[in-house]
Structures are given as C-alpha cells and as structure tokens.
Design a protein around this ligand. Sequence first.
Ligand code: SAM
Length: 352
Amino acid sequence: MYEQDPFSALEAIAEAQRIAFAPMLFQTAVCLRKFGLLDFLDKQGNQGATLDEIVLGSEADEYAASVLLDMALSGRIITRSANRFYLAKVGHFLLHDTMTRVNMDFSQDVCYQGLYFLDEALKQGKPAGLRVFGEWPTIYPALSQLPNPARESWFAFDHYYSDAAFNAALPHIFASQPANLYDIGGNTGKWAISCCKYDENVAVTLLDLPEQIALAQQNVNAAGLASRIGFHAIDMLGDAPLPNAADIWWMSQFLDCFSPEQIVGILSKIAQVMKPDARLCVMELFWDAQKFDAAAFSLNATSLYFTCMANGNSRFYSAENFLRYLDMAGFGVEKRLDNLGVGHTLLICHKK
Ligand SMILES: C[S@@+](CC[C@H](N)C(=O)[O-])C[C@H]1O[C@@H](n2cnc3c(N)ncnc32)[C@H](O)[C@@H]1O
C-alpha cells in the first residue's frame, strides 16, 4: 500500500491546491447540506435548477448560493450546463451516504476547531484542541459532558463503526459459549446489550471510567437488562486490581485510545489475572487491513483526532505494529478475521 507516487506533475499540483484550500471545500460541503442546496438539487434530478430556482428552493440568498455553487463546481460536487446546476455523484454521496455524513459531522462538530492546535498537540503529546470544549486531560472523562452537537456526532461516529461490526462479531464470540464476558471500555452499553440479546445465558460486566458508567447504566436499565449486566468503574491505566472471572475479555475500539506502552501495560495486567482458558477478543480498525483506499484514508485522518482532541498519544494502528504489542504482552493470535462490518478486524487471542 502507498508504494507508488500516482500523479503526473500536473495532477500533483492540482492535488496540492485541493489540500491548500481543503478547509474552504470542506466548509462549502457542510453549508451546501445545511442550507438545503444538495437536497433541492437532488429533488430536481435530471431537470437541474437555475440559480434563481435554487435560491427559492433553499435557505441561501443569491450571494450565498452563488459562492457555494461556484465552489461546489470546482469541488466536483455539482455540474453545470446551460445555466442549470445538477447534483453530481459526489454531491449524491455527501447527501445520502451514511458513512460520509457521520464522518463529516464528526470532522465538523468534534474536530474542526480543535485541529487548528495540531502542531501544539504533536509537540506536547497532549490533546491541545480539546480546550475548545473545556479543560480536561483527555476526552474520555468528558464524553458524557461534551456540548452538542459535538457529543451527538462523537457517539454517532463511534457507533456507526462499531455497530455493524458488532453483529458480524457475535457468532465468533459466542461460538465458545462463554458464561462470563467483560466488555472493557463498554461505553454506552451497546455491545453488552447485544450480547445479552444474542445469548440468554451470558452475564456481562461492563468496565469503563466512572463518568461513562452512569450513561451506560441508564441504557442497560432502559433495556431491562439490569440483572444480567454488571458494572465495574475502573481506570484501566491505574493500579486498581482487575476482576478475573471472565471467559472472554472483549475490547472494541478500546486499545486505539492508548499509546503502545499503555497498550502493552493494560494487556500485560490482563494476562496476569485472566483464567488460563479465557480468551482476549480485540476488535480494532487497522489502516493496513483495509480493502479500499478511502477507508485507509479515513482511519489515518481519524488518528489525528486522537492526537489533537482525544489524548495526544494514541491512534489507529497498523495491524503489523499492533500484533507486536499483543506478542509483547504475552498473547498469541488464535484467529484473525478481517473486514467485519465497516473494515474491522477481530483478533481472538490466548495467553501464551
Ligand atoms: C472509543 S470508545 C469505544 C466504545 C465501544 N467499546 C465501541 O466499540 O463502540 C472507548 C471507551 O473506552 C473508555 N476508556 C477510555 N480510557 C479508559 C480508561 N483509562 N479506563 C477505562 N476505560 C477507558 C471510554 O470511556 C470509552 O467508553
């Protein structure tokens, strides 16, 4: 992957301008959606629309519509012929594709303002952009308190990616009929609830930071599963002893919240206490395990969210590096399943 320079000189200088003006193109796309221009052009279909018709059919006045439409032409979001504008394929996906919408909302609502501080975050190893929302050392204790729309967009992004993979992972996890499952970094309780619905005999314990547990508890109570899902408030980076009754230690999109040293530290502590026949099941997104270039691009872009907004020292890893961390912590990979859901990898591991 990424071994060739794919562009001619002319293509490369054009590409460089797209990068130089990337914020303008991005904000144009956000506004085209927000002011209803994409929606209107979509409804117009093959008929297209003139500027006057777009002004009447959207929330943009003539000036706003005209600057947005011109940039949208250059961004290949729309086309124009004989004074009529038409939605192009890129515009269609910006409007209708759930993954694109979730990614754009996350970029705009969670990351955009804070990313200005990326250089500071890189130099200090701290999430310097998080200050746009408040004073926290990392985003994790702040998740349930983030102002909207940042909070909603954060959870929509997180769930969009894990939900699809959850369904695909369930049969693999329950093949060994675990009686006890720990959901480490269980967040809102979605996976814990899915497990209890999938297998009526399993008991789940959700381990997360205390701030996060409160939110998960509400969801579990609402699902009527309070008797089967227990909670254990814990900082996995701290010294508190770990419980050790699990047959499965499940971690989904959890270890990407940590630096390599922290990952090896957390996994080593688990290896020390886990039952010999228990399994560690890690579901992660690896950029070098993706089928599509756009997926690797999205993951590498999201790593900068970890740098600037989340904690300043974590990322989406390559599978190549991550497998080394598992090995260093004393785990062997028994089974690797790529391309679950939207590009997840499930690693079923045993203690060596
Ligand atoms: C990206 S979310 C993953 C949520 C969920 N497992 C999923 O797949 O959608 C990471 C979770 O790890 C939790 N977390 C982060 N740092 C933690 C720590 N030091 N100890 C325990 N939990 C932590 C966060 O509160 C959050 O719920």
